[in-house]
Ligand binder design. Structure first.
Ligand code: NDP
Length: 444
């Protein structure tokens, strides 16, 4: 057994019933085989054993009262995974599927993603099994206040800086920040994704979607191509999906399909994003309304069929494991050339393998969606200095970050003999900096 196999084996024994965490750890550690072979000092210092174990796991009760006066209780989590290169940084997810395994997989991925941005941020993630869908604003506020009442003792602008994720947008960040400020009596950059009136950064809302398109644009450019005239399918219709759609359209692509968790819309004439935004951002409605409002569109119940639509570029932007092997086969048969992951771990391990074998340019989440956390780190920088950059300044820094990530992962893949394999490249490039810092800090 190799060092990596032993660590993975031990991880599965010590953390049973955490399939998402096993999946992420397997993907990451397997690709680090050539690195640990080259650096025997990592094994001598138990580096991987420490790397896979979160520095701290916080789990707590979140009681709140619903609009009928009934007491509700949810689970709260914050996994502070690795602070070797900076304070813990990573989003909060509010979704009924949230459990420790999912938060650990997200936190683990986040370590390498944050490292890839080149900015000084460690990895963490948190959330709750609370479902904001269908709740009144007052219920969401009551939940957020209760959640932060507990979380506030563990976070801080130099310790751990949460942000949004699925189910946590501007409204939730506002309520969470208000409660933090009230209890801790400080107005600091403790959360990112804040509103512009209380310390947020311009372009944070757009950052993940725009960044996803910027890195894909760089991959296209390196192959003498561009978004112009390409057919694009995007899953999801939330924050990442909407701004990926906007930037892809600005660059001349035809985005033909999007979905929410009930079903997908197909519009061969091109998605009218203002209508999607009205339905999803303003009315918090369902995407099927799009087909009622736009004649050229059709709606299909269920999500999976979206991957059978012919496209040049697929941008999965909804959730984990939304592209399985069957969907991958359909995409490849229809001639997909690029798959860039806006969501975290949207492709299963066998799907990734199939894309790579078919020569599809595959850009994994930790590189492709790092623009969100990249701009979050820029928000932290602006908060510390009490200054604010223009939209154009932040957007151009974001573009730089994404172009650098592309070249760092491309170079790392080449250096280790895996040219074009960006799973290897992104994992190796992200890991090297963290490993270096962990070695410098001694056994901690
Ligand atoms: P949102 O909550 O804004 O949107 C999520 C979208 O995905 C919605 O359209 C939602 O549908 C859909 N969705 C959620 N779960 C499922 C499911 N099980 N099946 C089908 N559709 C589903 O989240 P974000 O856009 O912020 O996040 C999307 C992904 O991007 C996540 O994986 C997140 O971790 C990742 N990400 C987000 C970043 C950010 O800055 N926001 C940064 C980096 C990564 P519905 O409307 O029906 O709920």
């Amino acid at each position: 057994m190799t060092y990596v196999e032993r660590v993975l084996d031990e991880l599965k024994k010590k953390n049973p019933n955490e399939p998402e965490f096993h999946q992420a750890a397997t993907e990451i550690l397997t690709s680090l085989e050539p690195v640990v072979e080259k650096h025997p000092e990592y094994e001598a210092n138990g580096l991987l054993e420490r790397f896979v174990e979160p520095e701290r796991v916080i789990m707590f009760r979140v009681p709140w009262i619903d609009d009928n006066g009934k007491v509700q209780v949810n689970k709260g989590y914050r996994v502070e995974f690795n602070s070797a290169i900076g304070p813990y940084k990573g989003g909060l997810r509010f979704h009924p599927t949230v459990n420790l395994s999912i938060i650990k997989f997200l936190g683990f991925e986040q370590i390498l993603k944050n490292s890839l941005t080149g900015l000084p941020i460690g990895g963490g993630k948190g959330g709750s099994d609370f479902d904001p869908k269908g709740k009144s604003d007052r219920e969401v506020m009551a939940f957020c206040q209760s959640f932060m009442t507990e979380l506030c003792r563990h976070i801080g602008p130099d310790t751990d800086v949460p942000a949004g994720d699925i189910g946590v947008g501007g409204r939730e960040i506002g309520y969470l920040f208000g409660q933090y400020k009230r209890i801790r009596d400080e107005h600091t950059g403790v959360l990112t994704g804040r509103g512009l009136s209380y310390g947020g950064s311009l372009a944070r809302t757009e950052a993940t979607g725009y960044g996803l398109v910027y890195i894909t644009e760089e991959a296209l450019k390196m192959r003498g191509d561009s978004f112009q005239g390409k057919t694009v399918v995007i899953s999801g219709s939330g924050n990442v999906a909407i701004y990926a759609c906007q930037k892809a359209q600005q660059l001349g692509a035809n985005v033909v399909a999007m979905y929410d968790s009930n079903g997908y819309v197909y519009d061969p004439e091109g998605i009218k994003l203002d209508i999607i935004q009205d339905i999803k951002e303003v009315k918090r409605g369902r995407i099927k309304e799009y087909a009622q409002r736009v004649k050229s569109a059709t709606y299909t119940e269920g999500c999976k069929g979206i991957w059978k639509i012919k496209c040049d570029i697929a941008l999965p932007c909804a959730t984990q494991n939304e592209i399985d092997l069957e969907s991958t086969k359909a995409l490849i048969a229809n001639g997909v050339k690029y798959v860039s992951e806006g969501a975290n771990m949207p492709s299963t391990l066998d799907a990734i393998d199939a894309f790579q074998k078919a020569g599809v340019v595959f850009i994994p989440a930790k590189a492709a969606n790092a623009g969100g956390v990249g701009v979050s780190a820029l928000e932290m920088a602006q908060s510390s200095q009490r200054i604010f950059w223009t939209f154009e300044e932040v957007d151009s820094k974001l573009k730089n970050i994404m172009v650098n990530i592309y070249h760092n992962m491309d170079d790392a893949a080449k250096e280790y003999g895996y040219e074009g394999n960006y799973v290897m490249g992104a994992n190796i490039a992200g890991f090297m900096k963290v490993a270096d810092a962990m070695m410098a800090h001694g056994i901690v």
